[in-house]
Design a protein around this ligand. Sequence first.
Ligand SMILES: Cc1cc2nc3c(=O)[nH]c(=O)nc-3n(C[C@H](O)[C@H](O)[C@H](O)COP(=O)(O)OP(=O)(O)OC[C@H]3O[C@@H](n4cnc5c(N)ncnc54)[C@H](O)[C@@H]3O)c2cc1C
Length: 291
Amino acid sequence: MRLPKFEYFAPRTLEAALNLLIEQGQDAHVMAGGTDVMVKMTHGRLKPRAIVALQEIEGLEGVRFDAAEGLTIGATARLAAVASHSDVLKYYPALAQAILSMANVEVRNMGTVAGNLCNAAPSADSAPPLIVMGAEVTLASLKGERRLSLDQFFTGPGFTLMEHGEIMTSIRVPVPPPRSGASYKRISARCGVDIAAVGVGATATFDGEVCKKAAVVLGAVAPIPLRAMKTEGLLLGQAWTQELIEKAGNEAAEEAKPISDIRASAQWRKNMVAVLTQRALREAQERAQNA
Ligand SMILES: Cc1cc2nc3c(=O)[nH]c(=O)nc-3n(C[C@H](O)[C@H](O)[C@H](O)COP(=O)(O)OP(=O)(O)OC[C@H]3O[C@@H](n4cnc5c(N)ncnc54)[C@H](O)[C@@H]3O)c2cc1C
C-alpha cells in the first residue's frame, strides 16, 4: 500500500494554517500527529490534495494547569506528554488513565488529544472522561474563535460540529470540584493494541454521602460517545451503595445502543457496559472520598 500524492504544508503560525485551509479548499486536510490520517491515506480511505500539518505552529503544544481556569491542552500536545503531566496525574487521573489505555508508546508519542477528538471515532478513548469532566473545545477560523462544550461536539461516526476552515486550538477542562472524583474504564476484545470495544467515563461530586452531581458517558456503544442520562438520574441525590451501583450498571447497559461487529457482539458490549460502569462508578466514588 502506497500513499497517494499530496501537497504538504507545515505553516509556523495559526493564521497561515487557517489561510492555507481556505486557499486549498475542501480537499485540504488538517494533520496533527498523523496516526489516524496516515492510516486512512495508506488504506485509500482519505485522499487529500493537501495536508496542512499543525506541529510547527508555535504556541499550540502546551499543557498547563491554573487553579482558576483548570487544565488547557494545546492542539499539538502529544498524548504521552498529557498523560505524564504532573497536574494531569494529580487532578485529572481519569484522563491519564484513558490515554495510557490507548494504542502503544509509539502512537502516544505521536498522536494528540485534539486529533483523537476531531477524528470522532465512537471508540475514541479520550472523549468519555473529557465529556464527564465538562471539557470544552476552542475552534479557530479566519472569522474568529468559538467555544463548544465537548458534550455537543460529536454528531456521528467521523463527524463533528467543526466546519472546513476551522482548527481546534485547545481543550479546556474545568478544575474538579471539591469532593469529586472521575474514572475511565475500557475493554478491548483482543489483548495488546486494539481500540476499545467498550469504554466508560464516570464522575461524581458528593455532599457528605449524597451524590449531588454525576455524569456517565459510554464509548464505542453508539454512533457518538453516549451520555447515559437515565443512569445519571438514578445516582443523583442518593448515597451510593453496592446495590445502587449495580442498578446503575444495569441501567447503563439498557441505555447503550451497541452494534455487533468484527470486535464484539452487541450483547457482549451491553454486558461489558454494566461491568465497566460499576467499576468506573466505584473508582470515582473512592477518588471523591480521598479528594
Ligand atoms: C496502532 C494504532 C492504535 C491506536 N489505538 C487507539 C486506541 O486505543 N484508542 C483510540 O482512541 N485511538 C487509537 N488510535 C487512533 C489515534 O492514534 C488517535 O485517535 C490519536 O489521538 C489521533 O491523534 P493524531 O494527532 O495522530 O490525529 P491525526 O491523525 O493527525 O488527525 C486525526 C483527525 O483529526 C483531525 N485533526 C487533528 N488535529 C486537529 C485539529 N487541531 N483541528 C482540527 N482537526 C484536527 C485531522 O484532520 C484528522 O481528520 C490508534 C491508532 C493507531 C495507528
